[in-house]
Design a protein around this ligand. Structure first.
Ligand code: AHR
Length: 326
């Protein structure tokens, strides 16, 4: 049997180990790390899964999360960040709506000595010391993967030398994923002069706007459209509805490739209405919490933490569906 004194000594060791894990100590017990997180909004299935991942991970890691939804507005994010600074949180994290316009508020965070983590999306700032790390996907590679899949698919169908007219539904104007996915896709497509992007417009990453813009594309181009490249699955799902209402078959009359890999996209692929989704994982919560703990413990984080992702064509959708976590 363990003696009381021995038991107390062991408890003290466990308590101090726990303190090390969460990174700070107070007389009344380990003080929880507080993260202030400013989320873009709730524009897509991806974003909802990302929010769930962050909230769940905060609970699992015993972190106090101050969560703020910016409703797709940069000014709301700036306000939230200022309020996190005033509250003296331990770490500020956010997924920026757009890449530009962050210098001033990030300098304020730096002056307050609060480290900033960029989650999911990057910013365009001259002084890179304004944030400690960017954790998330390589959006340019995602665009390239969409382009490469398309070219291979068309070749496999014997359509490699045909004129291929592509319409593009872009994400939120000025956002990191919209800029990079476009760049990656264009870089691949421009190697093949028979591929032409005949229309390109923002659908703001939402189903509603994806549908609306696709309706306009169809009105202007009709059966001239061979391919839709959508910067996310939600816009593709909205566009699928527009294509059906127009009297065409999505996935057959118009080949569709989009990005994210949400369950809705797998359902559309199983129904034969979407041809491919390029994965972009929203499950970033645990690595954000771990990063906050590491920072508190004085560790230096890598400047860039990349998420590993795949490509899922319709042929594998039914088999993969049960494994999807978002
Ligand atoms: O930043 C990630 C992108 O934002 C996702 O692809 C999109 O669905 C979301 O709204």
């Amino acid at each position: 049997m363990i003696k009381v004194s021995k038991f107390l000594a062991m408890s003290a060791i466990v308590a101090s180990a726990l303190t090390m894990i969460v990174g700070c100590q107070s007389k009344s017990g380990p003080k929880k790390i507080t993260i202030g997180f400013s989320q873009v909004g709730a524009e897509s299935e991806w974003r909802t899964a990302n929010t769930v991942s962050i909230k769940q991970a905060a609970t699992d890691f015993g972190i106090n999360l101050q969560f703020s939804d910016a409703m797709n507005r940069q000014e709301n994010q700036i306000k939230a960040i200022r309020s996190f600074i005033a509250q003296k949180v331990d770490v500020i994290a956010f997924s920026p709506t757009t890449t530009s316009g962050w210098e001033t508020v990030l300098q304020e965070a730096q002056r307050a000595k609060i480290p900033v983590i960029l989650l999911d999306r990057g910013v365009d700032v001259k002084d890179e010391s304004l944030y400690v790390t960017l954790m998330g996907s390589d959006f340019k590679v995602e665009g390239e993967r969409a382009g490469n899949w398309l070219v291979e698919y068309m070749n496999s169908k014997g359509r490699g030398n045909e004129t291929i007219n592509v319409v593009e539904l872009q994400g939120t104007v000025g956002s990191d994923p919209a800029i990079q996915r476009k760049a990656g896709f264009d870089e691949v497509i421009k190697k093949y002069p028979n591929y032409k992007v005949i229309r390109s417009q923002t659908g703001d990453f939402t189903r509603a706007l994806g549908k609306e813009v696709m309706e306009a594309f169809l009105k202007a181009e009709g059966k001239n459209i061979h391919v839709l490249f959508a910067h996310n699955d939600d816009m593709a799902i909205g566009a699928i509805q527009a294509i059906e209402e127009y009297g065409l078959k999505p996935g057959q009359d118009i080949i569709i490739v989009s990005i994210d890999g949400v369950k809705g996209a797998f359902e559309a692929m199983i129904a034969g209405k979407l041809n491919c989704t390029v994965e972009c994982s929203p499950l970033l919560g645990p690595q954000l919490m771990q990063a906050a703990i590491d920072l508190k413990n004085g560790k230096t984080l890598p400047r860039r933490v990349l998420t590993e992702e795949g490509v899922f064509p319709a042929e594998v959708a039914a088999k993969e569906f049960p494994n999807r976590k978002y």
